[in-house]
Structures are given as structure tokens and as C-alpha cells.
Design a protein around this ligand. Sequence first.
Ligand code: ADP
Ligand code: MG
Length: 727
Amino acid sequence: MSIIRFNALKETLHRKPVQVNQSEKRSTLFGQNVFNKYAMQQYLTRAAYESVMNAIEHGTRIDRKIADQVAVSMKDWAMSKGATHYTHWFQPLTGATAEKHDAFFESINGSLAMEKFDGEQLVQQEPDASSFPSGGIRNTFEARGFTAWDPTSPAFIYERTLCIPTIFVAYTGEALDNKTPLLKSLQAIDTHATAVCRYFDKNINKVNATLGWEQEFFLIDTALAVSRPDIQLTGRTLIGHSSAKGQQLDDHYFGIIPARAMSFMQDLEEECMLLGIPVKTRHNEVAPNQFEVAPIFEEVNLAVDHNCLLMDVMQKVADRHQFKVLFHEKPFAGINGSAKHNNWSLALENGTNLLSPGKTPMKNLQFLTFFVNTIKAVFENEELLRASVVSASNDHRLGANEAPPAIISVFIGAQLSAVLDELENVTKGKLSPKEKTDLKLNIIGKIPEILLDNTDINRTSPFAFTGNKFEFRAVGSSANCAGPMTVLNTIIAKQLKEFKQDVDQLIESKNLKKDEAIFNVLREYIKASKKIRFDGDGYGQAWEKEAKKRGLSNNGTTPAALKVMISKNVIDLYEEMNVMSKIEIEARYEIKLAEYTKRLQIESRVLGDISRNHVVPTAIIYQNTLLENTKNLKEIFGGEYKNIAKEQIELIMTISKHITEINAKVIQMEAARSEANKQIGLKSAEQYCGSVKPFFEQIRYHCDKLETMVDDNLWPLTKYRELLFTK
Ligand code: ADP
Ligand code: MG
């Protein structure tokens, strides 16, 4: 059995970095395979170009005639770049991306052939949707699904296929994907943020949300990955004794990127450039063989598409370099897991960042308005925000022994906290001219300076203000950012709507000036949302206690965290913001629960298999060697053997103990599993969480003990030190 392990190691040790030709400047490559503004200007008629730009900027409809023109131009452009097929590219609720390729090629009268692509094919397609999760939507309505072009995310060519980003909806109108609610949440935040911006500048017509993600991942040699059934089937190691050296020395973080990984990164970056994904930074992460890539931030919809695309492209590029990419949040016990920090902000069309203070007091008040409203929105909806990042794999990070905790809190730093504290003292109602001047000059006027040296960034906070954006760190490395981004946009849109109502009301009823009304409302918001602010150590137990006192939620597991999703408040919120209907929310809730249950079911089966079919038989083989040895010693040394073979005899007994425990626990786990399988929905998920999952650690404990005892030559599963330190 150990043959696979040793062959894999041999194969890995012989690998050389794959040569990557870096022929052209990055800036020359950038966007070459994207039907972007530049390509559209070249290929589209003026009317068609304007129509598409209008759709992108203002959400107007593109009529059928124009769609035909766009399709023909898109096809010509794509064929000039060697594309032969096209596909509607979408994000079903599996969390991955989906595509079905059709050739441009069509035969005419059986003998002639030509390349065709028209408006109908561009605008709408009907992939066989029956195998995508629908959370009961399709069963209930007998509805089929269709994909529809999203012109706000440009088409691109990958592997000779023209990919058209689309939404995926049922014929009855319910969204079956992640993109549709995201687009609606972006609409909501645009509407309500624009309305608030007009307090400060009447000419503002649009606000975009921006996202810069930071993708962490592990790279493992393909041969080594294949040698581990658990990595193959679950994306993580279910057993494995920790390596003597892990990340204790911090010698990997920001260190020299190993040669093979470096050539993978260069290759990946080149692909990203062609696809218009603006990746900018790459570095080693904390754990051995862990890395990160991050782009320049973009408008949220595009950034989400780019992250989905990156994850697809990464695996394909990795294949060329004989790597497997692990996106799992916790592939290895005992060392750091992977996250995908979501940096979020709001920007005007000219690029002005609303979470960055400006040069005038009014601009600083605008900054403060968005800053305080974001904090308040997070306070009001902390449980929903937590629910937006759930998954079986992310449960290993949040609320487990690694941070950030499952408690959502906001870090803003001591200096901004001091500003908010001062604003709590603003006089109720009308302000004296002196107070106004004082506020504008001495309090909010100081914000730009404060932010210049706002260096005490707290790494343990799940939601931190980092100078000109909020960084949501609870998002898992394998997640589709659309989920958390939809929630963030929606809750802040709702908050801004309320803010506008509150301010307007004060202006009308109390006859306050605009800025007075804003100061008055902000004062109340700062007081009301104080409990969510926490600058201390988020990993500590003291915080858990304190958070409980403050009434913040601490949902450590997926089944517990998900419940809020279908609460009345949340359904009302989504409906009011026109992001999702009750049916759509309930469908997503069902899908999340089912996915959780299935993942634990698979892990449980794989663990049963490797512990009983790999670990136990190996332990028995080694035990037999010890028995044989003991017998021989007895034969030669007679009664004295007991002293001579003392170690062996003890080991034989210890091995038996562990084997017995493994067998017993696996049997108990299987019984718990079949009980859980009898339930459905939340019940089933809860049983998997409460009665099946606890066996994972217990079984693992005995397997890992055996690993430390059994002859290394016999051990069948590639060890942690080999997985983590073979470069
Ligand atoms: P780190 O968190 O590792 O210290 P940085 O603070 O440099 O890294 O920021 C990381 C990410 O923040 C990058 O992906 C960057 O694009 C993104 N970012 C910067 N400004 C904004 C913004 N205004 N909106 C959204 N994301 C942003
Ligand atoms: Mg970060």
C-alpha cells in the first residue's frame, strides 16, 4: 500500500519548474482576450456601442436589433482570436461556475457550412437546468431555467471559447444563481447611496460598490495529492500527524516563493492579464506551501466574476505545473487555514472613494456618514453577515481554534473611536455656530491626518476598517464572494435608506439645517451601534464572554448560523430592498443545509474508509512484524525475552488498543450517520453536526497515534511533512 506514497514522493522530487516564456509586457497583454470597451469601439457600430454602454452604466435594455449587431461583432472579434465555440457562463448555486459550449459552426443544406451567432444566442439560452440545485424552486413550479446576458461583465475568450457572463433564472422569474441577487443588491445600494450622496453634491447620479479580494490557497504536488484519498475527495486531510516543523519559525510568510510555485504564479498571472483580471500582488502566506494572490479592486460584479474565473483558471494552470490547488479553508490541522478577505468600499463614477475622507469639511462629513452607517448596518445585521459566510469547510476556521471568531465585530482603531466618542456629545437639535465650527475643524477636520498614520491594524477582527475600505475577513477561501457581497450591499442599502428618512424628518419637523440634521442622526447611530465595535483580541476567550454580555451572536456551526436566513426580519429586508423573494431565500437556505450535510456525509465515509482500509491493515502488518520478532527473541533467549522484548510487547498492546478504538468509533459513527440520514433539512444537518462530526476528531486521534508508531516504510498515506515541505 505504501507503494503509492513512495512513488508519489519520487515523482515529486524529480520535478523541475515548468519554463514560462514571459514574452510581452503585462500591460500589453492586459485584456487582450476581453470584449472590453476598446474592442467594442473597434467592432461595434456607434449605435450599438452606445446602447451597450448605456446598459452597463444605467441598466437600460438592449433591443433585439442591436443585440443581433452586437452578437455578430462579438463573433467576428472572437473568431479573429481563434475562438470556435461560445458558451453562456454562469454561477449556479453549487458555488462553482457552469458552462455549456456550442460551436459557432452551422451547416447549411447539409453540404455548406458557416460560422453563425445571432442576438438570440447572445441574449438567452436554455441549458438543461435539471441537475443544478434549485432548493425546490423548480419542483414547485415545474419551471425550466434560462440564462440571460449580463452586459455589465464583459465577454471573454478562454481556451478558444467565447464566454458570455450570464444570470440564471427560472421561467417563473426566481433566480437560480448567485449573480442575480448580487446585481439586485448593487442596484439597491446604488439607489440609496446616491440619494445620500446628494446631501453633499446634487450632481451625483451613481454609486458603485467596489471589491478587492485576496485569494489564499495551498499548492500541493499532483502526485502527492492523488496519493491521499481524503484530499482527492474532500479537499482536506482527514487524518495525518502534524509535522515536527510546521509554521513555528514563520519562515514561509513573505519568504522567497519556491521555484515551481513561482513559475506557476507567473503562468497564472499571464493568463489573468489576457483575461483582464488585474492581479497585482503575490506572496507566500503563513503556512508552508500556502500562497496568496490579490488584484487591484474593481466594481463588485466584475470582481466577483473575476474571482470565480480565477479559481477555474488556477486549477487549469496548476495542471500544467503538476500542482493541485487546495481552496479548502482548512486542508491541514494545526497550521493556518485559508481565507478570502473581501475589501469593500463605495465609489462615485469618477472613482472618488466614499470611505476616504476628502479635503473639505463637507467631504469629511460625507465620509463619516458612510462610515457610521456601515457600522450601524453591521450592528443591526451581524447574524445575517455571519450567515453569509457559512460552509462546512469554513466552520473549521470561524469559531474553531482559529480566527476570526464566529462573532462579528467591527474594528476601527483607537483614533477613529475617539472621533466617534466625541461625536456622541454633539448637542441635540440646533447647533451653535461655535459648535459647528469646532466640529468641522477640530473633530471631523482631523480625520484625514488621523488616517494617515492609522497603523494599528487589528488582524483578529472579522470586519476591520483599514484606512479607506472595510475588510471582511470571515469569508472563506473557497467561497463565491457573491454571497457575502450581496448581504453587505443589501444591509447597507437598507441602512442608508433609513438614514435618509431620519435626516429628512429632522429637517422637516425640527427645522434643522442639513448638516445639523446629519450630525444629530449620526450621534444617535454611533450610540446605538456601539456594541459592535471591538478593538481588542478577537481570538481570546475574554471576548467570547464579553460579546455574549453585549448580546452579539456566536454561531459556531453552519446549522446554527443559517437559521437567521429565513427569519421574518431577513425576509422582509430582502423583499424591501428588492434583492430576493421569500421563495428565493428559502431555496438558498435549503441548498446551503443540503450542501453542508452532503459534505459531512462524504467526509465521514472517506474517514471510515481510510481508517479501516488503510490505517488498521497497516498497523496489523507492523504488529505482526513485532509479534514475529518477539517470538524469535523468545526462542533464542528463553525466559529472558520478556526483558529484551519489553518495548515490542508494549507496542503490540498499544497498537491493539488503537485498532480497537478505531473500529469501535467507526461503527458508532456509521450508526449515527444512518440516523442522521433518516432526517431531512435542518434536522439532518444538525445531527451530522452534533452526532456524526464529533467522531472525526476521535477517530483521527487514534489514526495519528498509529502513524507515530508504525514503521515509516509501511505507512500508506503521504505524511504532513511530505505534503507541506516537498517543493
Ligand atoms: P492587506 O490586507 O494584505 O494588508 P491591502 O490593504 O493592500 O492588503 O489591500 C488588499 C486589497 O484591498 C487589494 O485587493 C486591494 O485591491 C483592495 N482595495 C484597496 N482599495 C479598495 C477599495 N477602495 N475598494 C475595495 N477594495 C480595495
Ligand atoms: Mg487582507
